[in-house]
Design a protein around this ligand. Structure first.
Ligand code: MZP
Length: 508
């Protein structure tokens, strides 16, 4: 006979946090939201952390490079979807890594013998108005001077004159030496009142440029998630079919974390995939596994597989119909609590900490808070990000309101054959596990996250927590009755304005 678990399968909406002592010195803006994303070995620091405990779903209608850039600027991480060719996924990863954050490679360069006319054409083509003049015209050649659109008058000067006659020669160029920090570079920019600082190696070759505007932008994003080379971080999804080709391409493009994208990760395929990655690329590569919904699944992927983090969730996604179609899955709160309990036991037994990601089914800010209080280290969301300006889909106006399309990876539209392997052979899905929908446009990633993160921080203060790890330790949750959900709302009064946050179209 089958085993019947005690208790019912529960969702986040059924829980509420009980406030605890708030200290006088606590302030929402001082709360630390950083979270590990790699297995933490005993007495060691995490080898990869995110600054904001929110990641975007590896979905075609969610995680493209624009969204990845915006999310990394807010301290989170996007997982670029793998339901596309290896080349185009690697290209998206590359676009994020190439995004300007501090030191940038110069892609608009010239030589001293070129004419002003040629330089103007170049500036128009790339949109850059500061052009390094190098011996060989490349972004790594020996620097001879700098020319900007302020050095000549397009409609007065003779455009057949050479660059050499108008550029600032190297003897007058203020430059930084390779190895200086972004802060030092910006001190030089400030001291000499310059907009652009070329960085040179000890042979005078150009290595990068630092722009004043990038630094100011960086100051506006204090939690930006950057790698050691000050490039934005990005994650990439992988599947159990083509990882031998996909993983090398993604790592070469600069992916900072990989994660198997599967509705059911409790499989031998995933174990083999993780072993292959570890053998080919060693223990440093950050690889997540999942999804699982039980302690048993956690044990398998950690003990047999060797993953860095575990993704939890099956059937809770807003576009997901897996539970209806196949009768498998678990309420997201019950699944998370079961896996977290096992993770905490495993930590006591081994001293190793495995971060957990709660994936899908979060339909408002409160549920993000509850998921983190229950022990998730970070949450993954699809709908939340599909609703932003930066998601990779076109805006559509329906009855005067702007919407964006949002579809599951288990739909025919996504044609994610690798995830649903059985159907791969005849290239046709026998049934769909997701739906094709529309969600309202709510604003930019920065705008929606500002509200969400402020609410999260202020709830953490209610519980007396200064960090996410304290939040988990100190949180006390209670189950709510249907009547107390009614009491929590405002159904007994009439409101004139509606709050349009990401709760807009919840159907999970
Ligand atoms: P949500 O944030 O929209 O509620 O859920 C996003 C999550 O749903 C994804 O991260 C993924 O785990 C899951 N998903 C994606 N496609 C499908 C599907 O087609 C799905 N069934 O369940």
């Amino acid at each position: 006979m089958a085993t019947i678990l005690d208790g019912v399968s529960r969702t986040f909406a059924e829980y509420l946090l009980i406030p605890r002592l708030t200290r006088k010195d606590q302030r929402a803006d001082l709360v630390d939201l950083s979270s590990p994303m790699a297995a933490v070995e005993p007495n060691q620091l995490p080898r990869f952390k995110i600054n904001t405990p929110i990641v975007s779903a590896a979905m075609q209608s969610v995680s493209g490079s624009d969204l990845a850039i915006s999310l990394a600027r807010q301290g989170g991480l996007a997982f670029i979807f793998c339901s596309q060719s290896i080349e185009s996924q690697a290209d998206m990863v590359h676009q994020v890594k190439a995004h300007k954050a501090g030191f940038v490679s110069s892609d608009t360069n010239t030589t001293p013998d070129k004419t002003l006319h040629q330089v103007i054409d170049l500036m128009k083509k790339t949109g850059h108005s500061t052009v390094p003049v190098t011996a060989d015209g490349t972004g790594t050649g020996k620097l001879i001077g700098l020319i900007t659109d302020q050095d000549f008058w397009e409609f007065e000067d003779d455009l057949s004159d050479t660059v050499a006659e108008y550029m600032t020669p190297i003897s007058d160029v203020i430059f930084g030496e390779d190895g200086l920090t972004l802060r030092e570079a910006n001190r030089l920019l400030h001291k000499h009142k310059k907009n652009c600082l070329p960085i040179l190696d000890n042979e005078g070759h150009l290595t990068s440029l630092v722009f004043k505007k990038d630094y100011e932008d960086h100051r506006r994003h204090p939690h930006e998630l950057l790698d050691d080379s000050k490039r934005l971080c990005v994650g990439a999804a992988i599947n159990t079919h083509d990882y031998r080709e996909r993983v090398p391409a993604l790592l070469a493009a600069g992916a900072d974390a990989l994660c198997f994208d599967s509705s059911d990760g409790f499989t031998e395929f995933q174990k083999e995939g993780i072993h292959w990655i570890r053998k080919a690329f060693g223990p440093e590569v950050v690889v997540g596994g999942g999804n699982v919904v039980s302690a048993e699944g956690f044990d398998y992927l950690v003990n047999e597989g060797g993953v860095d983090f575990i993704k939890v969730g099956m059937g809770g996604g807003s576009i997901c119909i897996t539970r209806e179609q196949k009768g498998v899955g678990r309420g997201q709160a019950s699944a998370l609590l079961d896996v977290v309990k096992r993770r905490d036991e495993y930590f006591k037994e081994t001293g190793r900490y495995i971060p957990i990601c709660s994936d899908g089914g979060l339909s408002n800010d409160t549920q993000i808070v509850v998921a983190l209080a229950m022990g998730a280290d970070f949450v993954m969301m699809g709908r939340y990000f599909a609703m932003t300006e930066e998601s990779p889909t076109p805006k559509t106006s329906i009855n005067g309101q702007m919407y964006k399309p949002y579809w599951g990876e288990g739909t025919n539209r996504a044609q994610n054959w690798q995830r649903y392997g059985d159907a791969a052979e005849d290239n046709e899905m026998v049934f769909e596990e997701g739906v094709d929908a529309y969600v309202p446009l709510v604003g930019t990633v920065g705008e929606v996250l500002r509200t969400t993160l402020y609410k999260l921080r202020s709830t953490m203060v209610n519980v007396g927590a200064d960090s996410l790890s304290e939040f988990k330790e100190q949180a006390v949750l209670t189950l709510v009755s249907e009547q107390s959900v009614v009491e929590a709302g405002t159904s007994t009064v009439f409101q004139f304005s509606a709050n349009r946050d990401f709760e807009g179209s919840g159907n999970s």
